[in-house]
Design a protein. Structure first.
Length: 573
């Protein structure tokens, strides 16, 4: 690009051959791009360069100084990617993302951004100094750790051109050589920073993903995945090996999935913190993908009143977990907070007089005074085997991590019918469909009707940032379509987050739960016994006072806890 730019500027009579030579010498001595060197030496202005490039490549130019960019658009491209390629996202219309860049011929950058965002990329030209200033201005609120990560990556990379070659060399290393590389100081610092920054950003999961031409690290923050860095390919195997060493996994075994745990201690705000990461590796096409689930005891809320239940739903839930026998089921997709709800129930029931036994896969948090058993499928210790053993251990309360098959379901139902309180989870979309799911597993309707006390379906939605919350103007018809009654729609106000430094311009900070609590009343038992459909059960449950997931969401949106957009994303009418 440098030589071509020089030639173009000479051709346009904007600089002389002598000025170009001086600029190239300045570039060799001080580094930087040719355009900025020419501008620093006063031979040409940024606007002249932008105009030339615009004409040469048939790409529009833009003056970024007077351009305001939506924070949601800025979030589409991570800061380290914007800095590396000298680009800034400007706007998104449908599937097209418009970006300002210094070099509109950089096809690799455009392909990378297209792959990362999933949008088609349209370039416009802006000067190097204007883009640098825009990156500082729009990414300025990004957390300090992002800068640390970028700095750390620049220390690890000597020459970008060597990346692919070195990665190929490293792929041929034996286990002992990989272990040596993984124990080098820069790699240790980088991995430790990835783990501790996840805590600082409030992430629940870390995804370390290898692809053909790049490696990507993503955090799941408030339920949404976001790219935080793209380490160079040359350190791919070293990062993977370091994480596997920390999790006490076999670094020589790359063909099979592995599971492990990482425990680290670090200081934050003068306090010592202990972090627990659940580690899972899976062999993919271009290497091992690692997912780390962060188990932070400080984020575990064991007070049921603070989970977000509506008062009437909470009263039903507490009434049923305090019953001496029967089954209480919590349903929802992975990552919807089911474990937290069950642990909160156990914490409320945990007294000296009760014998509580849990079968979990894995045991996420250690609870004082509770007998927790880790499942080990490879030796035959599954949920069904654990449940059989529990029944010979004189339990009062049994917690089963998940009912996945007929055998587990059958033993759990029998335990609930023989004087034990059984708490468990299932993967269903809502509370009424759980009944159909159990029958599909092979449990007789009369056993379901007599054993199940209550079913709670739940979802997690992002909480509006309290610092930048404001009323959102929305048509009355849109509120009615969402599920509010015409009378409610006239008076209901909904809110959204404008975006500020507290929430990193996202408008959300933290998460809240939506709950659908279906108590199995005598009327519902009669419907179950005659094989009623999930739709009929839902209709009857609503008649008897059940708050659906959508209704729970609408209540929270009206209270300013979450946005209507989040409620529509997570629930159905």
């Amino acid at each position: 690009m440098s030589v071509r730019l020089g030639e173009i500027l000479i051709k346009e009579s904007l600089i002389t051959q002598e000025q170009l030579q001086k600029a190239l010498e300045h570039q060799r001595t001080n580094g930087g791009k040719l355009g900025s060197c020419l501008a620093k030496l006063g031979f040409i202005t940024d606007d002249d360069i932008t105009g030339v490039l615009s004409r040469q490549y048939g790409v529009p130019s833009i003056n970024l100084k007077f351009y305001e960019i939506d924070p949601a658009v800025i979030k589409l491209i991570p800061q380290d990617t914007a800095t590396r390629y000298q680009v800034i996202p400007l706007s998104r219309v449908g599937s097209v993302l418009t970006i300002a860049m210094t070099d509109p011929t950089n096809v690799f950058a455009m392909d990378d951004i297209k792959f990362m965002t999933g949008f088609n990329v349209e370039p416009v030209v802006a000067s190097e100094s204007a883009i640098a200033e825009a990156i500082t201005r729009f990414y300025g609120a990004a957390s300090a750790q992002q800068e640390d990560l970028s700095k750390m990556m620049s220390e690890l990379v000597d020459e970008e051109e060597q990346d692919v070659e070195l990665a190929a060399e490293e792929a041929e290393m034996d286990a002992s050589a990989l272990e040596r590389v993984a124990e080098e100081a820069p790699i240790i610092k980088l991995v430790n920073m990835i783990l501790t920054n996840a805590v600082k950003m409030g992430a629940s999961d870390i995804h370390v993903e290898p692809y053909e031409m790049e490696m990507r690290v993503r955090y799941r923050v408030d339920g949404i995945l976001q790219t935080v860095m793209t380490p160079p390919m040359r350190v791919k195997d070293a990062i993977t090996s370091r994480m596997k060493i920390m999790a006490k996994l076999d670094i020589a075994e790359k063909r099979l999935p592995q599971d492990g745990r990482i425990m680290i201690k670090y200081k934050a705000d003068g306090k010592k913190k202990e972090l627990d990461f659940r580690v899972s590796t899976v062999p993919t096409l271009y290497g091992e993908k690692i997912v780390l689930r962060l188990l932070d005891k400080e984020n575990l809320r064991l007070d049921m009143t603070k989970l977000g239940f509506e008062p009437e739903s909470l009263a039903k839930f507490e009434r049923n977990i305090l019953r001496p026998y029967g089954m209480v089921l919590v349903t929802g997709p992975t990552g919807s907070g089911k474990t937290n709800t069950l642990y909160s129930s156990v914490a409320k029931l945990n007294t000296v007089e009760t014998n509580i036994m849990t079968a979990e896969d894995p045991v996420e948090f250690q609870l004082q005074g509770v007998n927790q058993v880790q499942m080990k499928e490879q030796i035959g210790l599954n949920f069904a085997a654990a449940l059989r053993a529990f029944l010979r251990q004189d339990p009062n309360i049994i917690l089963v991590g998940e009912i996945r098959d007929f055998e587990t379901a059958e033993i759990a139902v029998k335990a609930a019918l023989t004087g034990h309180l059984v708490l468990s989870t299932l993967h269903t979309n809502d509370a009424p469909s759980t009944i159909s799911r159990m029958m599909n597993m092979g449990i007789e309707p009369f056993l379901v009707a007599t054993s199940v006390n209550l079913i709670c379906a739940q979802r997690l939605v992002r909480r509006i940032c309290a610092n930048c919350k404001e009323v959102l103007d929305i048509p009355v018809q849109a509120l009615i379509d969402a599920g509010y009654s015409p009378e409610e729609a006239k008076t209901t106000k909904v809110y959204h987050g404008k975006g500020c430094s507290t929430c990193n311009k996202g408008g959300y900070k933290g998460r809240a739960g939506l709950y659908e609590v279906m108590e199995i009343t005598d009327e519902l038992k009669e419907l179950i016994l005659v094989g009623a459909s999930a739709l009929e059960l839902k209709k009857k449950a609503i008649e008897t006072g059940m708050i659906t997931l959508r209704r729970s969401g609408l209540i929270k949106a009206a209270a300013g806890v979450t946005t209507l957009e989040e409620v529509l994303r997570e629930t159905v009418l």
